[in-house]
Design a protein around this ligand. Structure first.
Ligand SMILES: CC(C)(COP(=O)(O)OP(=O)(O)OC[C@H]1O[C@@H](n2cnc3c(N)ncnc32)[C@H](O)[C@@H]1OP(=O)(O)O)[C@@H](O)C(=O)NCCC(=O)NCCS
Length: 191
C-alpha cells in the first residue's frame, strides 16, 4: 500500500540516501564520474539538505510503498525557486521514484500531492525543468498534463545541460499558451 508524507529535519539522512540513489539510477550512465560526484557533493550534502528542510519555502515529501521509502519530491514556493519565481507558481525541483518501484502509480500519487499543495497555496500553475534527454520523465509529465513552454540551462559538474521547462495549469480550460521562456537570466516571462 502506498503513502505520502512530509519530510522533517530528522529525515535528512534518509533523504540524502534516497536522493543519491535515485540520481545515480537516473543519470548514472549520462555523465563522467567526476561531474556526477561534483554535482552530488554540491546538491546533496547533509548541511545543504538540512538548510532546505528548514526553509519554509521548500517542502519535501516522501513516497512510501508498504512502509518502505520508495521516492521523494522537492517543491519550491516562489521565494525558493530555481527560476521563474512567479508568485502564482509552484516549482517541482526534484521528483524521483526508485527504479524498483516504477510503474506502480507512485509517481502519479506523488504528483497528486504536489497539485494539492499548489491548490492549498493558491497557485495557478506548477512548473518544472526536465533534462532534454530524459524521455521517460517527459512521457510521465505529459501523461500528468504538463506541456513544454521553454528551456533553461542546468549545470552538471563541468557540463552545461539543457532542461525543458514544463508546466501544468491548475484551472482547466484557460486555453492559455505562455510565452516561450529562454533561460534563467531573461526577464518578462509572460506567464
Ligand atoms: C518519471 C517517474 C517519476 C514516473 O514514476 P512512476 O511511479 O513509474 O509513474 P506511474 O506508475 O505513476 O506512471 C503514470 C503514467 O506515466 C507514464 N509513464 C511512466 N513511466 C513511463 C515510462 N517509463 N515510459 C513511458 N511512459 C511512462 C505512463 O503513461 C504511466 O501510465 P501507465 O503505467 O498506465 O502506462 C519515474 O520513472 C522516475 O522516478 N524516473 C526517474 C527519475 C526522473 O527521471 N525524475 C524526473 C526528474 S525531472
Amino acid at each position: 500500500m502506498w503513502d505520502i508524507r512530509r519530510c522533517k529535519g530528522k529525515d535528512v539522512f534518509l533523504l540524502q540516501e534516497m536522493s543519491v540513489q535515485t540520481y545515480y539510477e537516473t543519470f548514472g550512465g549520462s555523465s563522467t564520474i567526476e561531474d556526477m560526484q561534483q554535482y552530488l557533493d554540491g546538491a546533496y550534502n547533509t548541511r545543504k539538505l538540512m538548510d532546505e528542510l528548514k526553509n519554509p519555502n521548500t517542502l519535501f515529501f516522501f513516497a512510501l510503498w508498504d512502509g518502505e521509502l520508495a521516492g521523494y519530491m522537492k517543491l519550491n514556493l516562489p521565494e525558493a525557486q530555481s527560476d521563474i519565481k512567479d508568485p502564482e507558481s509552484l516549482e517541482i525541483e526534484r521528483f524521483y521514484i526508485a527504479k524498483r518501484f516504477h510503474r506502480r502509480k507512485l509517481g502519479s500519487k506523488l504528483m497528486s500531492r504536489a497539485m494539492e499543495v499548489a491548490r492549498e497555496q493558491k497557485k495557478r500553475y506548477i512548473w518544472l525543468g526536465v533534462w532534454e534527454h530524459n524521455v521517460r520523465a517527459q512521457h510521465f509529465y505529459r501523461h500528468m498534463g504538463f506541456r513544454i513552454f521553454g528551456k533553461h540551462p542546468f549545470q552538471m559538474g563541468s557540463k552545461t545541460e539543457t532542461d525543458f521547462l514544463m508546466r501544468k495549469d491548475l484551472s482547466a480550460g484557460t486555453g492559455e499558451t505562455p510565452d516561450f521562456h529562454y533561460g534563467s537570466n531573461s526577464n518578462g516571462y509572460g506567464l
